[in-house]
Design a protein around this ligand. Structure first.
Ligand code: BES
Ligand code: MN
Ligand code: MN
Length: 465
C-alpha cells in the first residue's frame, strides 16, 4: 500500500482538526432544539466526502433528518462496498459530569489511551469512526489505491432508532446495491486484541404509566387506603425478574436460538478479567442470569432494564404526598430468535395482568429492532480479519456485542448483503455517558486498517468469481 503510514503521519494533525470541527456541532437528534445543528453536521459530512474525492455527494431528504450519500463508481465489474454510519449523537446530559465541555473537543491522555484520546460527545459514537472512513477514502483516492466501487450512506437518526432509514432504503434499492456493507459503529476488545463484532442485540423499548387517584393526595389523610402508583409500579417491576435473574414475562424465552456449547467455548476464549471489569465500574460484585458468564449475559442473552422511573415529589425537602401518577421507561435487549414486536406485545399483556384494579395502566412501545448475527465464513469477514492482522500484527477474534444497531437486520432483508462490523472503539470509551472519548491511536489505526479491507475484499471477490 503506497506510503499509507507516511500519508497518515503527514496528515494526522489536519485529520484531527477537521474531526474537531465536526465534533463542535451538537447534532443531538433526540432534542428538537438542536435541529439546525443536526443539519449543520450533515452539511459538514457532505463537504468532507466531497473533498475526499467522492462523486455525486448529496444530502437526501427523508421524512426526518437527511441521509448524506456519496459514491465513487469506478467500474460496474468491480465489487461495491457500502459504508454506513451516523452523524447524530446522544444528548450530552448530565452535562455537569463532564470534565470538559461536550462540544468543545480536547485531547487528553488516559491510562487506557497513553497516546491521548479525543474527548467530545460523538468522538467514538459515531463521528470519529465515520471520519476514519472518509480519511481512508481520501488516502485511497489521492494515491490511486481505491480498488473497487464505494458508496457512503451516513444517517442522522440512528440514536433515535433510525425512523426514516427504512423508508430511504426501501426507496433506493438500486442506488444502494452493494456486495458488502462496512460499518464502524461498534468496539473491539482492546488495543492489543482487535475483534470483529459478529452479533448485535435487538431492542424493545417500552414506557409504562400508572394512574392511581385523580390528583395528588395528602399521604396522611389517604395513606394506607389508596393505592400509591409508585409503590405499585415498583412491585410490578420487581416481579419482572425471578431469584435467578431470569425474566418472568410468559413466552419471553420461547424461540431463542440456543448457542451450541462449542460456540460458547469459542467466545469464552476472548481475554477478560472479571476483577478489572469490576474495578473499572467500582462494583463489589456483578449481577445477572444464573448459569451464564458476564460476557454471555451482556451479549448472547437477553436483558431487561429500567432506564428511568419518575413520579411524585422530587423537589427540595420533604413533601407528604401520594402521587397520582408513576412512570417508567423499560428496555429489553433481545437475541436471535426473539421478535421485537412480539416481545413488546408480551410485555404489554404481562404488565396489564400484573397491575391491580386499584390503578389504571397505559403501556406504549417506543422503537424496536431485530438482533443480528454475521457468519464468519463470508469474504467480508475474511477480508476484515486479514486487514486487522496486517495492521495490528495479531488476528482479530469474533465478538458478540450487547449493543444494538437495529437497521443492520433491515439492510440484510432489503439489500440482501451482509454487514461487517469493524469497530475501533473500546467499551471504556464512555459512549452515551459523560466524558465520551476515542483514542487517537484507535482513530489513526482505523484509517490505516480500512484501505487494507478494501484491498483484501476486492482480491477475495475476484478470486471467488
Ligand atoms: N453505536 C451504538 C451501538 C453499539 C455500540 C453497538 C457499541 C455495539 C457496540 C449505537 O449508536 C447505539 O447507541 N445504538 C442504540 C440503539 C438505538 C436504537 C438507540 C443502543 O444500542 O442503545
Ligand atoms: Mn453508534
Ligand atoms: Mn449510540
Amino acid at each position: 500500500m503506497t506510503d499509507l503510514n507516511q500519508y497518515i503521519d503527514n496528515h494526522k494533525d489536519r485529520f484531527l482538526s477537521e474531526l474537531f470541527t465536526l465534533l463542535k456541532s451538537p447534532s443531538i437528534s433526540a432534542d428538537s432544539a438542536f435541529n439546525q445543528d443536526v443539519l449543520d453536521s450533515a452539511a459538514l459530512i457532505k463537504q468532507a466526502l466531497a473533498s475526499a474525492g467522492c462523486q455525486h455527494v448529496e444530502i437526501c431528504d427523508t421524512p426526518g433528518y437527511p441521509v448524506v450519500y456519496g459514491e465513487i463508481l469506478k467500474n460496474p465489474e468491480l465489487p461495491t462496498v457500502l459504508v454506513y454510519g451516523h452523524y447524530d449523537v446522544q444528548p450530552a446530559d448530565p452535562i455537569d459530569l463532564w470534565d470538559s465541555p461536550p462540544f468543545d473537543p480536547i485531547i487528553k491522555k488516559t491510562a487506557t489511551h497513553p497516546g491521548g484520546a479525543i474527548f467530545a460527545r460523538g468522538a467514538c459514537d459515531d463521528k470519529g469512526q465515520v471520519f476514519m472512513h472518509i480519511k481512508a477514502l481520501e488516502y485511497m483516492v489521492k494515491n490511486d489505491e481505491l480498488p473497487c466501487n464505494v458508496k457512503f450512506m451516513i444517517e442522522g437518526e440512528e440514536e433515535i432508532g433510525s425512523p426514516s432509514l427504512e423508508w430511504y432504503v426501501k426507496n433506493n434499492h438500486e442506488k444502494l446495491s452493494n456486495d458488502c456493507i462496512l460499518i464502524s459503529d461498534t468496539g473491539m476488545i482492546s488495543n492489543s486484541q482487535p475483534s470483529i463484532t459478529t452479533g448485535l442485540r435487538g431492542l424493545a423499548y417500552m414506557e409504562v404509566s400508572l394512574t392511581g387517584p385523580n390528583r395528588d393526595l395528602h399521604s396522611g389523610l389517604y395513606g394506607g387506603a389508596v393505592a400509591n402508583p409508585i409503590n405499585i409500579l415498583s412491585q410490578m417491576i420487581a416481579q419482572l425478574t425471578d431469584e435467578n435473574n431470569r425474566i418472568t414475562i410468559p413466552g419471553f424465552y420461547d424461540h431463542i436460538d440456543v448457542l451450541p456449547q462449542e460456540e460458547r467455548d469459542e467466545l469464552a476464549k476472548a481475554p477478560f478479567s472479571l476483577q478489572a471489569y469490576k474495578d473499572a465500574l467500582d462494583l463489589n460484585d456483578v449481577h445477572g442470569e444464573k448459569g451464564y458468564s458476564t460476557n454471555e449475559r451482556n451479549s448472547i442473552r437477553p436483558s431487561l432494564d429500567v432506564n428511568g422511573i419518575w413520579g411524585g415529589y422530587l423537589g427540595q425537602g420533604a413533601k407528604t404526598v401520594i402521587p397520582s401518577k408513576a412512570h417508567a421507561k423499560i428496555s429489553m435487549r433481545l437475541v436471535p430468535g426473539q421478535d421485537h414486536t412480539r416481545i413488546a406485545t408480551l410485555f404489554t399483556e404481562h404488565m396489564k395482568a400484573l397491575a391491580p384494579s386499584s390503578v389504571k395502566i397505559e403501556v406504549t412501545a417506543h422503537h424496536g429492532g431485530h438482533p443480528y448475527v454475521t457468519p464468519t465464513n463470508n469474504i467480508g469477514y475474511q477480508a476484515a480479519k486479514r486487514a486487522y492482522q496486517t495492521t495490528f500484527g495479531v488476528p482479530a477474534i469474533p465478538q458478540r456485542s450487547g449493543g444494538s444497531i437495529p437497521i443492520v437486520s433491515l439492510f440484510e432483508r432489503e439489500l440482501k448483503s451482509k454487514s461487517i462490523l469493524m469497530g475501533f472503539g473500546l467499551d471504556s470509551d464512555a459512549i452515551h455517558s459523560p466524558n465520551e472519548h476515542f483514542g487517537v491511536f484507535n482513530f489513526l489505526k482505523g484509517i490505516e486498517t480500512i484501505p487494507w479491507f478494501y484491498k483484501y475484499f476486492t482480491e477475495l471477490s475476484n478470486s471467488t468469481i
